[in-house]
Design a binder for this molecule. Structure first.
Ligand SMILES: Cc1ncc(COP(=O)(O)O)c(C=O)c1O
Length: 459
């Protein structure tokens, strides 16, 4: 072996640089640094995960020469697995949802992997969903190993054993806050655990896209209705086994537009050639730093993958414009525009502890069939006509009980900045849309409100 050379590409995983942001976060008192995981050989931090998953499976005898690795992946875990598998002589089959960029699919095929595409707009338990198709392929493929990044403890462990100690060593422990997007939760759970063990008071901040269910779940413990969004790799419509939400101190919400505009700024102003979830994580970190005001903290943001796979989306003006992500006026406007135009602006809400009788009176008085329920000013759930009816039929018209047991989560939450475009499919899933600004309920949107608004735009 020649001096200075690495034995193979696996030895080039990790040791990514940490770089200070100089322009996009110049207005905050804290310093924001980024960990450039997009510089890994497979193009993302998932190289570390893939390596740890494969080594763990080999140790446990789950992988033998000629085995086929099967994974439901949005691309990056696939690239990492394909790379390590290529060196170790395993075959790979990847199952991907159809919203993923074509570049990601082609990159996996380049490594010799087989890629199966599944529809995004189906429930996770639908036989066509990528979770179910994966399970079927695992059953039907002989000598297969399901790497299962959503439930495999070797995923967060990769970050606990590799990413986090590396960051800690390089920064000599001067770090105060770690910020990462939340997908499988591997990054945030593994790194978060390590940093918290190292430093009391260390803050772990998760970033979640609007449409994903993590944010509301962390805030209220309720599984609200997820809906689709464009940023890839972060946010979920279920709770993966690899996500440890207890490790998270704060959760920041971002929308597609701010993620993509920040991604473009990171490339143009900082020269960091990163993908959309990196823009999301930095946008979330800046919001967090803004909340800190004059306090100074050393904040580190993990940048998961590179811009390469998103050139025909985030970096294509035509794609950005047609989805309303460029600064030009979006013809349909935002939720704030809809609320401003709504006829009945005052929010009608019930409160935890109220009796069924009161709430039925309230709903009759205002002619509404569902009502948000507040707990000390914060949204705690939804109550709808059908739940009241079912309860009364079952309990022979009992009306003096509290509504607390009947509160459900059949709603989606958005912010005033959410674009109306994004609400397109929301009412197929959710009964009501609740608008939250800094966690306060500032409006509710029903189907008829959206119809009224779209009709007025058309006129
Ligand atoms: C581009 C990208 N960003 C962020 C994430 C989220 O990381 P994690 O799964 O560790 O939560 C992923 C995960 O697939 C990803 O592919």
């Amino acid at each position: 072996m020649m001096k200075g050379a690495r034995a193979n590409v696996i030895d080039a995983i990790g040791s990514t640089p940490i770089i200070k942001l100089n322009k996009v976060a110049a207005h905050v008192a804290s310093d924001i640094y980024v960990k450039c995981e997009f510089l890994n050989p497979g193009g993302s931090m998932k190289d570390r995960v893939a390596l740890n998953i494969i080594q763990d499976a080999e140790r446990r005898g789950l992988l033998q020469p000629g085995s086929t690795i099967i994974e439901a992946t949005s691309g990056n875990t696939g690239a990492g697995l394909a790379l390590v598998a290529a060196l170790r002589g395993y075959k790979c089959i990847f199952v991907m949802p159809d919203k993923m960029s074509n570049e990601k699919i082609l990159a996996l095929r380049a490594f010799g992997a087989k890629v199966v595409i599944c529809p995004t707009a189906v429930e996770p338990d639908d036989p066509r969903s990528y979770y179910e198709v994966t399970k079927r392929l695992v059953r039907e493929t002989p000598n297969s190993f399901h790497s299962n990044q959503y439930y495999n403890p070797a995923n967060p462990e990769a970050h606990y054993l590799s990413t986090a100690p590396e960051i800690w060593r390089e920064t000599a422990g001067e770090l105060d806050v770690f910020v990462a997007g939340m997908g499988t939760g591997g990054t945030i759970s593994g790194c978060g655990r390590y940093f918290k063990e190292k430093k009391p008071g260390f803050q772990v901040v998760g970033v979640d896209p609007i449409g994903s269910l993590y944010y509301e779940y962390v805030k209220t413990g309720r599984m609200t209705k997820p809906f689709s969004y464009y940023v890839e790799g972060i946010g979920e419509d279920f709770l993966p086994g690899t996500m440890n939400l207890k490790i998270i101190d704060q959760i920041m919400r971002v929308d597609d537009k701010e993620c993509f505009l920040m991604t473009r700024e990171l490339v143009r102003q900082e020269g960091l050639f990163v993908g959309g979830s990196s823009g999301a994580a930095v946008a979330g970190a800046i919001k967090y730093a803004e909340q800190l005001g004059e306090q100074h903290k050393n904040i580190l943001v993990l940048l998961p993958d590179s811009a390469q796979k998103y050139l025909s989306k985030i970096f294509d003006d035509e794609w950005m414009r047609s989805n309303g992500f460029l600064d030009e006026e979006d013809p349909l406007g935002t939720v704030r525009d809809l609320l401003a135009q709504k006829r009945q602006r005052a929010i009608v809400a019930a409160h935890k502890g109220e009796t069924l009788r009161n709430v039925i009176g309230l709903m009759k008085e205002h002619g509404i069939s569902q009502v948000p329920v507040l707990d000390g000013g914060r949204l705690s759930g939804l109550l709808s006509e059908i739940d009241l009816l079912n309860y009364m039929l079952k309990h022979s018209g009992q009306m003096e009980v509290t509504i607390d047991e009947l509160v459900e989560a059949d709603y989606a939450t958005v912010t005033p900045e959410t674009r109306i475009q994004l609400l397109k499919n929301i009412f197929n899933e959710a009964k009501l849309v609740c608008v939250l600004e800094r966690d306060d309920l500032v409006g509710v949107i029903t189907k008829i409100d959206l119809i009224d608004y779209l009709a007025s735009k058309r006129a």
